[in-house]
Ligand binder design. Structure first.
Ligand code: AHR
Length: 355
């Protein structure tokens, strides 16, 4: 029952490009308190049928360049698939796809090759936030709009990209803390000093910087948490396991783990078990992404909560490209729908999980 209450309180949604019903926290980040929306309903909202088939009008396929971060996680695979499923010849597209294997320089090369190919739009999922201005200026000079997806970039000139579609990573971090706090209170641990370890993703990626900022800011609001460890596992299972193994050599005394993606969480769980620590019981585990395997881990009691990061961005990006090419006005920042899940919701939703 307590868990159910916790779950209802903590089901928070972030809406794609929506500005209504937003409660702003003091840093201007928007956190929406809404009712739970199932993946089935989200899929209805994201209907791919909305997309126009360009070739029907012109007979020509629309050339798009998409440069992906890599294939470091289950989330990333779902993100790639979402793009590839929409940018098909049947839908009127001709896709040039580059997997940058986590290498920013390779991404810059890819953008230059898309410019040479004279694509009509470039979609970039940047590995890290910094260092894009020069190559984006080249795309702008060539008259090619760039849509940034998933992670954000830092730039002094917003006109260098047409728009961004992705997650409110800071809100994800804040939501993770709020979930934890309700859970701790419902378990009667609110008078205890809870020792927290943070396992970060790729340093300098906005999924890492935003979640870290949200977690730190969220925890600072309460006196019952002490951060005792802050390590990185580069968003991969192997590195997550290794980082946790190294950490456990110096400290085994902690109560909570925030692990910034599911792949690292799976690795960390293995390391904890090898050290005789029961994940989800001796240590409360809050993960990010919400892939299907993590739903199973929640049902198995090894992950306590998962903060969704929605990878199903392809249909939105396709719609935005159509609007950009039709010179329509659009919101520069477009957030995806996202929820917070725990064991109870995992049981109901695992069958509907598409990634
Ligand atoms: O940028 C999104 C993050 O990148 C996801 O949380 C993670 O799984 C991926 O590698």
């Amino acid at each position: 029952m307590i868990k159910k209450i916790c779950c209802m309180i903590c089901i928070l949604l972030i809406f794609a490009g929506c500005s209504a019903d937003i409660s702003n926290n003091d840093s201007g980040q928007s956190i929406l308190k809404k009712e739970y929306k199932s993946i089935k309903e989200q899929r209805k909202d994201n209907k791919t049928e909305k997309n126009v088939n360009f070739s029907e009008n012109s007979g020509e396929l629309l050339k798009i360049g998409f440069c992906q971060v890599g294939a470091e996680s289950g989330w990333r695979t779902a993100h790639t698939n979402s793009m590839k499923e929409i940018f098909t010849e049947t839908n009127g597209y001709q896709l040039s796809f580059v997997d940058a294997n986590g290498n920013k320089d390779k991404q810059i090369e890819a953008i230059r090759s898309f410019i040479n190919e004279k694509v009509k739009a470039i979609v970039l999922a940047p590995v890290v936030e910094d260092g894009w201005d020069e190559v984006l200026k080249e795309a702008k000079s060539a008259g090619i709009p760039v849509i940034i997806v998933d992670r954000m970039i830092k730039t002094s000139d917003d006109s260098l990209y047409a728009c961004w579609v992705g997650s409110n990573f800071k809100a994800e971090g804040l939501n993770a803390v709020e979930w934890l706090n309700e859970y701790i209170k419902s378990n009667g641990d609110d008078n205890k000093n809870n020792k927290v370890v943070i396992l970060r993703g790729t340093i300098g990626a906005s999924a890492e910087t935003g979640r870290t900022e949200g977690i730190y800011e969220g925890l600072e609001k309460y006196t019952r948490y002490e951060i005792v460890g802050d390590i990185s596992g580069n968003f991969t299972k192997d590195e997550g396991k290794q980082a946790m193994e190294e950490y456990l050599k110096i400290n085994k005394d902690f109560d909570v783990l925030f692990s910034q993606n599911d792949d690292m969480t799976f690795g960390a769980i293995e390391a904890l078990k090898d050290a005789g620590i029961k994940p989800g019981k001796d240590v409360v585990i809050i993960s990010f992404d919400g892939v299907k395997d993590a739903f199973q881990s929640m049902i198995d009691g090894e992950i306590n909560a998962d903060i969704e990061c929605n990878p199903l961005q392809g249909p939105f990006v396709s719609e935005l490209i159509q609007k950009i090419l039709a010179n329509e006005n659009l919101e520069k920042i477009q957030y995806m729908y996202e929820s917070v899940y725990d064991e109870d919701v995992a049981k109901q939703e695992i069958g509907n999980r598409v990634y």
